[in-house]
Write a protein that binds this ligand. Structure first.
Ligand code: SF4
Ligand code: SF4
Length: 178
């Protein structure tokens, strides 16, 4: 009995020692401090823009077709010369994701040929209003002033697509997954 007791003290003491003297603290002061997420973390969806401000989404609906939860709804519209929204023929006029249906599988970002829809590092999804769980296009779309940036920085609006990775992905879509 006493042996087991001292074993327990030893174990607890070892953890305290590591935490205090060996930089082993695992507690973060959330929400002031947030852990950075790995590159392929699948958090809240974002719709990205090109550096010139055009939307990457061309309204092809591949993301909606591949979604196993049928969580994506979009309506595409033709671009007009006087109102060009994306580089393609069309753009998504309406783009919604039902977050209560979404299982965060990442198939939509895998299927997107334009790297338009991506899943970012934001994991805070709680709300007490049901309507907050229908993500609208404006909720997801990067602000126009945000260009290419460092994905690891905690900023939900910074793009992780660099001009170089964009060229690589267009030349060989499998290059980024290998
Ligand atoms: S992450 Fe999966 S379930 Fe969620 S919208 Fe994308 S494809 Fe659908
Ligand atoms: S997000 Fe990508 S896959 Fe979905 S409609 Fe836009 S371009 Fe197509």
């Amino acid at each position: 009995m006493l042996v087991e007791l001292f074993k327990g003290f030893y174990l607890a003491g070892r953890h305290v020692y590591r935490a205090v003297f060996k930089n082993g603290m695992v507690t973060v002061q959330y929400p002031e401090v947030r852990r950075s997420q790995p590159v392929f973390f699948r958090g809240r969806h974002r719709l990205q823009r090109y550096a010139d401000g055009l939307e990457r989404c061309v309204g092809c609906a591949l993301c909606a077709a591949v979604c196993p939860s049928e969580a994506i709804y979009l309506e595409a519209k033709e671009n007009q010369p006087e109102n060009r929204v994306s580089p393609g023929e069309r753009y998504a006029e309406i783009y919604q994701i039902h977050l209560l249906r979404c299982i965060f599988c990442g198939f939509c970002e895998e299927a997107c040929p334009e790297e338009a829809i991506v899943m970012g590092p934001v994991y805070e999804l709680a709300s007490d209003r049901r309507t907050d769980f229908i993500s609208q296009k404006d909720d997801m779309l990067d602000p126009p002033e945000k260009g290419f940036g460092d994905y690891h920085v905690y900023d939900p609006y910074i793009s992780h697509v660099t001009p170089e990775s964009d060229k690589e992905a267009k030349a060989d879509p499998w290059a980024l997954s290998s």
